[in-house]
Design a protein around this ligand. Structure first.
Ligand code: AMP
Length: 138
């Protein structure tokens, strides 16, 4: 399937749709997931077009992982979870719902189940506060 230039993350990268930005550089952007599976759930995308791990260049995938590491360190500092899950889904069968490669950075806690995927919209004021906390920890 051809890459959809108007998928939601491509539009966020182009600045056509707002996001709670955490970090940005020339190649990547990190922002809060609006339906977080845990407090602090952040997404990292390469800015270049690519639907999934198969159609994204190695350079863009590597840049996204470098940013995911940077963001994971900041999320760990800001929220102090005992664990952090890094996830990246490819194809509807794997649960991918937005067709622009992205890496999930999700805090995890012992005995606490992962929240439901892309199901519960968070309050925007709360997301803004969480983004500020993570930015301050970068
Ligand atoms: P995936 O299912 O791996 O493709 O993940 C897509 C993620 O994007 C889900 O966790 C959604 O909650 C999240 N999401 C969808 N729309 C937006 C948006 N406009 N801003 C931030 N996150 C979003």
């Amino acid at each position: 399937m051809a890459y959809d230039q108007d998928n939601i993350f491509a539009r966020i990268v182009r600045g056509e749709i707002p996001c709670h930005r955490v970090y940005e550089d020339a190649d990547t952007l990190a922002f809060m997931d609006i339906m977080p599976q845990a407090e602090g759930h952040t997404l990292v995308v390469p800015k270049s077009a690519g639907e999934d791990i198969f159609s994204t260049s190695p350079e863009a995938a590597a840049a996204a992982m470098c940013t995911a590491q940077r963001v994971a360190r900041a999320v760990k500092k800001a929220f102090a979870p005992p664990g952090i899950m890094i996830a990246q889904l490819n194809g509807a069968a794997a649960g991918q719902s937005v067709c622009h490669l992205h890496i999930h950075v999700i805090p995890r806690y012992v005995g606490k189940d992962l929240g439901i995927h892309a199901a519960n919209p968070a309050d925007h004021a709360v997301l803004a506060e969480h983004a500020a906390r993570i930015r301050a920890a970068l």
